[in-house]
Design a protein around this ligand. Structure first.
Ligand SMILES: Nc1nc2c(ncn2[C@@H]2O[C@H](COP(=O)(O)OP(=O)(O)OP(=O)(O)O)[C@@H](O)[C@H]2O)c(=O)[nH]1
Ligand SMILES: [Mg+2]
Length: 397
């Protein structure tokens, strides 16, 4: 009996030792978690915006990420209990801290000797630091000043409330169309103008492809039929990245080989979307080419070619801007506006930046509506921009 037990124990030890040796010789095929993480960090680092408008071509060609890593990155579970407002509030935390907590601290420390002008000067500094920009900060300070009595300067709640109302006025002013209606693009589509053709533009790394994917997926959830065009033919990785989203959104994706003419892709996409009776046609474009001029010429050409297939198109040109680039985003908007007829903006990466004030600067200085805001990488982190929601989230404790 004892001998049998000893033999069994020896056999078990031998079996385990053999397993360990074999595993060392043939490590598992999938990457350990740490490597995936490092790869994703590296991908994000590589994509960081390094110059205001375009990157030099020689250092931007990237190898496609293995599909399983793309899947891991993009296809996070979409079911999340956390409500959008909480997400937006979380995303705006640092901007809140900059403006609202900054004011609270000032009012707490303030002595009776602090003058009205000093209080307004402090507000101006906080706004500029949150990337509201000098021009719009000046405008806001002036508006607040006009609405406050001398006594109000010791009432921090009233002060903040008026600031909040003035920020709301700026943000909401661009959302009303010529008929006085609040626009809901991509949600209420005009039947006689289908497919609704949307061109996604912006510099490299701002989130065009991710946002195209998120919009496609959201449209799919609403029951809309989507066709996607992979007009960033500059990198194979870009096409692969988009195909993951297309698959998920049950959307047909039009792709040509790497290096193909992006305008041809756009043309084919509009043609296919029309033939297929699609509701929405989303065209993702490249963010970087050899130089800014090439990029702008290409976008202009895409616009012309798309209009050949459908004279009303593109119905929407959405400029994607990365909030973390602050005032730089405003410069980008000005450059793109000169080349294509921008109809709306998408402000991504509001999470993790104290520069969320750029939303106010853009609305004020560009007069363009912010259509969507992004506060993270997964699909539930992108939502329609609503001015009241934004100020509530910004000022909420
Ligand atoms: N934190 C955060 N990350 C985001 C957001 N939107 C996009 N990203 C990330 O930003 C990175 C760049 O996004 P892409 O969609 O590839 O950007 P792109 O504009 O298509 O870049 P190019 O194709 O190089 O021009 C990715 O890692 C995205 O996951 C957001 O709202 N918040
Ligand atoms: Mg892209």
């Amino acid at each position: 009996m004892i001998a049998a037990s000893v033999v069994t124990a020896v056999l078990v030890v031998l079996f385990i030792t053999n397993l360990i040796i074999n595993r060392k010789k043939n490590p598992p095929k999938s990457l350990p978690k740490d490597s995936i993480r490092e790869n994703l960090i590296e991908l994000t680092e590589r994509k960081k915006l390094e110059t205001p408008v375009v990157q030099k071509s020689q250092d931007v060609k990237q190898d496609a990420l293995p599909l399983e890593q793309l899947q891991e990155k993009l296809l996070k579970p979409i079911v999340d209990e956390k409500k959008w407002f909480d997400r937006l509030k979380g995303g705006l935390r640092r901007t809140h801290s900059q403006i609202v907590n900054g004011l609270d601290e000032f009012f707490t420390a303030k002595s009776d000797k602090v003058t009205r002008d000093e209080t307004l000067e402090h507000l101006f500094e906080l706004l500029v630091q949150a990337d509201v920009g000098v021009k719009t900060s000046d405008l806001l300070v002036e508006k607040v000043k006009n609405r406050l009595t001398k006594e109000d300067y010791s009432n921090s709640a009233k002060f903040k409330n008026i600031l909040r109302e003035e920020i709301f006025n700026i943000l909401s002013s661009t959302k009303v169309n010529s008929k006085g209606e609040i626009e809901k693009p991509l949600l209420s589509l005009s039947e006689n103008k289908l497919p609704h053709i949307v061109l996604m533009v912006g510099v490299n790394g701002v989130g065009k492809t991710t946002t195209t994917g998120k919009l496609a997926y959201k449209a799919h959830l609403r029951g809309q039929k989507v066709v996607i065009g992979a007009a960033d033919t500059f990198r194979a990785a870009a096409i692969e990245q988009l195909s993951v989203w297309a698959e998920r959104s049950k959307a047909q994706m039009i792709r040509l080989k790497e290096g193909a003419d992006p305008a041809s892709v756009a043309f084919e996409t509009v043609k296919k979307a029309t033939e297929a009776n699609a509701d929405i046609c989303l065209i993702d474009t490249a963010g970087r080419l050899q130089n800014r001029q090439d990029l702008m010429q290409e976008l202009a050409k895409i616009g012309r070619v798309v209009a050949k297939e459908n004279p009303d198109a593109p119905h929407e040109v959405l400029l994607v801007l990365d909030a973390t680039t602050g005032q730089n985003a405003l410069q980008q908007a000005k450059i793109f506006r000169d080349v294509v007829n921008i109809t709306g903006l998408i402000l991504t990466k509001l999470d993790g930046t104290a520069k969320g004030g750029i939303a106010i600067a853009i609305a004020s200085e560009m007069g363009l509506p912010i259509r969507y805001v992004g506060v993270g990488e997964s699909v539930e982190d992108l939502e329609l921009f609503e001015a009241h929601e934004f100020v509530n989230a910004l000022f909420s404790e």
